[in-house]
Ligand binder design. Structure first.
Ligand code: SAM
Length: 377
């Protein structure tokens, strides 16, 4: 698919280039923020799986530069109809201003004090002002000290397993290279999510937030229940810029509440085993999980029985919210564009895409089929 046909078929791809975002994913974070007010009182953030960096751009513009964004809808519905939906002539007759603020509309700039943002990815990421970038694998234990050092370089203690000055928000937009085999993709994605959660547990402050991409597979409710062990509120959200046809969604966890006596540890990262109290009296304290030894020696997790959300059952269904203004682009729709419209180049081409080597091999071989007839590349 060429750049300009992708512009038609993916309004957010086109808009991202027009508005200076490195990836269309920026709109997902902006729309999640519209719904959950994610950045309120937030100054210290970790952005996991951050390349090419559009979420870090959003963080930089809101926290460091102090920009405010309106709703990701249309300021002028007539303009949308004219240009993109009905074509010029029909659009003029179609009228009707719809009062929604446009993306990127600048209000009073209010930079925040003491902002610290650390972004991590397997891929190299082009620098962004005020953001510490690390090239590392979030599933590898050696990334934890790297992250702790990046967060507090002056006071870093190599023996520490948690941050002395914890963070307010951990984001993870991690996605594996999708194979198309749903079960495998969901499994690999869930491993990324656990890795992100383990890192979050080492650096989040009580009351902090964790937002991560998930793939909605058949056992996703189990995952929500497990997240509910360490967060007060767990909700699932689907931003309008995330295609309805995709199994992607975002889990938004608020109110981090490490269980009593919890210490972040690489051996027992979720704190779900021996670090949880074994006391069934905990059941009386509505929201706290405790561990219960079964006759066969297996440890099960229990919630307080009066907790109406969980009713003592490990399976728990998280509330689901669609977010993003209804007047915003539909990510599954194609839009008409003027014939003479110039397609823009991406803001930040991938620095080291996984397909780079394949392209080099193809070029060296003289094109798609190689110089030798039938040669596959
Ligand atoms: N949020 C990013 C943005 O706004 O530009 C887009 C993230 S992209 C959808 C997913 C990223 O996950 C890729 O850059 C990929 O390199 C990264 N990723 C996948 N597995 C990873 C891992 N094990 N450790 C670190 N990053 C990983």
């Amino acid at each position: 698919m060429g750049k300009s046909s992708k512009d038609k078929r993916d309004a957010y791809y086109r808009l991202a280039k027009e508005q200076g975002w490195r990836a269309r994913s920026a709109y997902k974070l902006l729309q999640l923020d519209e719904e959950f007010n994610l950045f309120e009182d937030v100054t210290r953030v970790v952005d996991l799986c951050a390349a090419p960096g559009s979420w870090s751009q959003v963080l930089s513009r809101i926290l460091i530069k102090g920009e405010k964004f309106g709703r990701t809808g249309w300021q002028d519905r007539q303009e949308r109809d004219r240009q993109y939906v009905y074509g010029d002539e029909v659009g003029k007759a179609h009228g009707g201003i719809h009062e929604v603020e446009a993306v990127g509309e600048e209000k009073e700039l209010k930079p925040r004090e003491g902002v610290k943002i650390v972004a991590i990815d397997l891929q190299p990421m082009s620098p962004l002002d005020g953001i510490t970038t690390l090239r590392a694998d979030i599933t590898h234990p050696s990334t934890i000290p790297l992250l702790l050092q990046a967060l507090d370089p002056e006071t870093f203690d190599p023996a520490a397993t948690s941050a002395p000055h914890p963070v307010d928000l951990v984001l993870s937009d991690g996605a594996p290279d999708v194979t198309g085999l749903h079960d495998l993709d969901i499994y690999v994605q869930s491993q990324l999510l656990w890795a992100a959660l383990n890192l979050a547990l080492c650096v989040l402050k009580p009351g902090g937030k964790f937002v991560a991409k998930i793939f909605r597979g058949k056992d996703v409710d189990l995952l929500f229940a497990q997240l509910k062990l360490v967060f007060e509120r767990v909700r699932v959200a689907k931003p309008r810029s995330s295609r309805a046809s995709s199994i992607e969604a975002f889990v938004v966890c608020e109110g981090f509440r490490p269980p009593e006596g919890f210490k972040a540890s690489l051996d027992n990262p979720l704190g779900a085993g021996a670090t949880l109290p074994a006391n069934p009296d905990m059941a009386k304290e509505k929201t706290k999980p405790y561990r219960k030894m079964r006759e066969d020696g297996i440890i099960e997790l229990e919630f307080g029985s009066e907790d109406e959300d969980t009713q003592g059952d490990i399976r728990w269904v998280a509330p689901f919210l669609a977010c993003g203004d209804l007047s915003a682009y539909d990510s599954d729709a194609s839009y008409h564009l003027p014939k003479d419209r110039q397609s823009l180049d991406p803001i930040q081409p991938p620095t080291a895409p996984p397909y780079k080597r394949a392209l080099e091999m193809r070029k060296a071989a003289g094109g798609a089929y190689g110089k030798t007839k039938g040669m596959s590349t």
